[in-house]
Design a binder for this molecule. Structure first.
Ligand code: PLP
Length: 334
């Protein structure tokens, strides 16, 4: 996989560590659980979006962009990471935030990621839940272009084929680590939302003939829709890579752990966040990796994996979001 053919700005502290979770594995009594620390990508408290932004910003700079426009939910990790990268690259940034969750909780509306967005001084616009957010950023982009700016639009989660190259790169990074350590990886599990992470990983792993299945734990959509989104984007990413076609069965999502909806806390999420904090001193996030780990824990308890398996949980970051959910988590931790 020849990734230097694509414009890229190196931003991540990489390779991120690949660590064994000995205590959690012992507590659950199933397979050996490992964790790939993409919460430690190094920009503005880290996370998976910086991986995608390496290639997206490569394209933005190549096009002479002056102003980055993107969108997300109010507590968007993607917006926070995009804002930080824009600051570093001397680009202006506007974020359109969708009020996807009905809440008046000041922690959710002003704390966590929103606090960091404010500290970075980006322009923020608000839209009600259910808004067509892609149309919203196109509108903002058109307005900026009229004012003489060169806008570069990044879709929600940075999830298009260019962004997904970032996770094809992680497939290569992870395989190199595993080969060096002599670790046979039997499965990768992670939280899947806007689909770019899973699509890039799958496209990369297929191109590298890794034979490692990936299980995405959904945080928003039902299974059919999530798998269709990931498959479509994995195919587009494979095409951009010039790699082999993606078999449909390489895309698997389990969407049984969403709960009431995107960003709405679940008891399983709280249990997972607390369990990881107390067993490994690792913080997950309430919207994505907490639900992803809740899924992994439940599947281990149900005996879905053989004891000799090595399972790598990809930690996609988002811990700052914990501060947007203080009440719920404090009650759960009491
Ligand atoms: C965005 C995000 C995800 C989901 O990644 P996608 O590429 O959108 O599927 C998972 N975890 C965290 C913490 C995120 O911010």
């Amino acid at each position: 996989m020849h990734l230097s053919r694509y414009p890229r700005v190196k931003l991540c502290h990489a390779p991120t560590p690949l660590e064994k979770m000995a205590n959690l594995s012992r507590q659950l009594g199933g397979p050996t659980l490992w964790i790939k620390r993409d919460d430690c990508t190094g920009i503005a408290t880290g996370g998976n979006k910086v991986r995608k932004l390496e290639f997206l910003m490569g394209e933005a700079l190549a096009r002479g962009a002056t102003h980055i426009v993107t969108q997300g939910a109010v507590q968007s990790n993607h917006v926070r990471q995009t804002a930080a990268v824009a600051a570093r690259l001397n680009l202006k940034c506007t974020a359109v935030l969708e009020h996807r969750i009905a809440t008046n909780d000041p922690d959710y509306l002003e704390g966590g990621n929103v606090l960091l967005d404010h500290l970075m001084g980006i322009a923020i616009e608000h839209r009600p839940g259910g808004t067509d957010m892609q149309a919203a950023i196109e509108e903002v982009g058109a307005r900026l272009a009229e004012a003489g700016e060169v806008p570069y639009l990044i879709p929600g989660g940075g999830s298009n084929a260019v962004g997904a190259l970032g996770y094809a790169a992680v497939a290569l990074e992870l395989l190199n680590q595993a080969n060096e350590m002599g670790l046979r990886i039997d499965r990768i599990v992670h939280a899947t939302g806007s689909a770019g992470t899973q699509a890039g990983l799958v496209a990369g792993l297929v191109a590298l003939h890794a034979q490692i299945p990936v299980l995405g734990i959904g945080v928003r959509n039902p299974k059919d829709k999530q798998e269709a989104n990931v498959f479509k984007l994995a195919q587009a990413t494979a095409e951009l890579l010039g790699g082999p076609a993606i078999p449909r069965e390489a895309v698997e999502a389990n969407c049984d752990y969403v709960g009431e909806g995107y960003g709405i806390p679940t008891n399983g999420m709280a249990e997972a966040v607390i369990m990881l904090a107390r067993s490994e001193g690792i913080f997950l996030d309430p919207v994505y990796s907490g639900k992803g780990m809740a899924g992994l824990i439940d599947l281990v308890r149900k005996g879905n994996f053989a004891p000799e398996e090595n399972i790598v949980f990809l930690h996609t970051g988002g811990q700052v979001g914990l501060f947007g959910y203080s009440d719920f988590l404090n009650r759960a931790a009491a």
